[in-house]
Design a protein around this ligand. Structure first.
Ligand code: TXA
Ligand code: MG
Length: 396
């Protein structure tokens, strides 16, 4: 073959390869993907991935959300973004949809789901009464990252509330979430879109990791803004009680209703009481590696962690550190995660779950975490970190 023929051949092959590649991409762009075989009784299925970008025309977004809405109205499941974490949605008023949610997540069915609404007028049909303090809290924080527990009306099936007489309700502020809820008939039951026991997904990438092959559709949009799940407040009692800390802090709630109680089990692992939010009793968010929280004066903490990581390294074990920006350069672990400044828990909240997943991806066997200030949003960060560590905390 002469040089000209060879070039001709290479050129032809290049075009041919481009064609093959494009057809593979078209298949993926058709955005139907199969995942690994789901366990826990979930039906293996094709998952359609629909991406919604900032530059999309409103009528395109409308079309995509309508398709998602009709899946929900036909009893299917769709994962969608909210301002806190991605949710795994089904029709809250359809018992079969709730059963499918439990199966897709591999979640115990005594762990109730949050009902998401987009219109405050819809609250009345799913609860028995709206206490005055709940009205004040809704005025102040809805739409937003606050979930309230009410006595449920007959419209809400026990399959959605895990057999309870109460129902958790939240009105998200994320615009796509609220349009999706409206298109779905107004009531979306949605836990976080992770397999039970894994960190809640803060980006569509993690939803795909956990949910492809288990649900009908994933609405893929931007990463979430907050990164930790909503604050849960029980408003069925005279003095409202925080069952799960979140972005709406104790101080913010007190500012509206005065007195607020906090479920004692949130921070005290030795408490004999059963958590009032059934989900809080499970050991969530556990990374595969052993996670230890280290508390003490700065130099003592850095010294302890460096000593431990050096010992692990000498045995060939991979180590990780989750720390604040201020102390970052002092560590020598294999993987060092920057949780932002000591004075800004927002960054820690936003990054925590991503870091826990990344430590797993990097095969980190031992993880050491600094303590975050347990005030304001720090309360939620420490609550999730303590759960991830199985309350393993070392004081140095
Ligand atoms: O930010 C959030 O709340 C996210 C997004 C998707 O909205 N959802 C979420 O859902 O975190 P999930 O299922 O992962 O957590 C719901 C928590 C569980 O701990 C559950 O036990 C509690 O809410 N819960 C639900 N209904 C309840 C009820 N009637 N009484 C007490 N706790 C309840
Ligand atoms: Mg969850």
């Amino acid at each position: 073959m002469g040089m000209a023929e060879l070039l001709h051949f290479l050129c032809f092959f290049g075009v041919f390869w481009g064609f093959i590649k494009d057809s593979v991409c078209v298949t993926l762009n058709n955005e139907i993907q199969n995942g690994e075989k789901p366990k826990n009784g979930a039906v293996e299925m094709k998952t359609k991935i629909v991406t919604i970008g900032k530059m999309d025309a409103p009528e395109d977004i409308n079309k995509k959300l309508s398709e998602a809405g009709s899946i929900i109205q036909n009893g299917g499941l769709v994962a969608f973004p909210t301002e806190t974490v991605y949710g795994l949605g089904g029709d809250a008023l359809n018992p079969e949809s709730s059963k499918k949610i439990y199966a897709a997540k591999g979640r115990p069915s005594d762990n109730p789901l949050i009902v998401h609404i987009a219109d405050i007028a819809h609250l009345e049909s799913i609860v028995c009464e709206i206490p005055q303090k709940a009205k004040l809290l809704a005025d102040a924080f809805w739409p937003g990252p606050l979930t309230m527990i009410f006595r449920k009306s007959q419209l809400v099936p026990y399959q959605t509330t895990g057999g309870l007489e109460t129902v958790a309700v939240r009105m998200p502020s994320n615009v796509l979430a609220s349009q999706f809820i409206e298109k779905s008939g107004g009531y979306i039951a949605a836990p976080s879109a992770n397999i039970s026991g894994r960190p809640s997904p803060t980006s569509a990438k993690y939803v795909k990791q956990d949910m492809i092959g288990r649900i009908d559709m994933i609405l893929e949009a931007d990463d979430v803004e907050i990164g930790l799940e909503s604050t849960i407040v029980d408003v069925t009692c005279e003095v409202p009680m925080i069952l799960r800390p979140g972005y709406i802090t104790q101080e913010m709630l007190c500012g509206i209703v005065g007195e607020i109680k906090v479920d004692e089990t949130i921070f005290d692992s030795s408490s004999a009481a059963v958590p009032k939010a059934p989900g809080m009793k499970y050991r969530h968010y556990a990374p595969k590696g052993e996670l230890v929280i280290v508390e003490g004066e700065p130099q003592a903490v850095v010294g302890f962690i460096n000593e431990k990581t050096a010992a692990h390294k000498s045995r060939g074990e991979r180590t990780g550190v989750l720390c604040t920006e201020e102390w970052l350069t002092q560590y020598h672990a294999d993987s060092i995660k920057n949780a932002g400044s000591r004075n800004d828990c927002k960054t820690a909240a936003m990054r925590l779950y991503t870091f826990l997943r990344e430590f797993d991806d990097e095969n980190i066997a031992y993880i050491y975490a600094e303590v975050f200030d347990n005030a304001g949003l720090g309360q939620a960060v420490m609550n999730r970190l303590l759960k991830a560590a199985g309350h393993h905390i070392v004081k140095v």
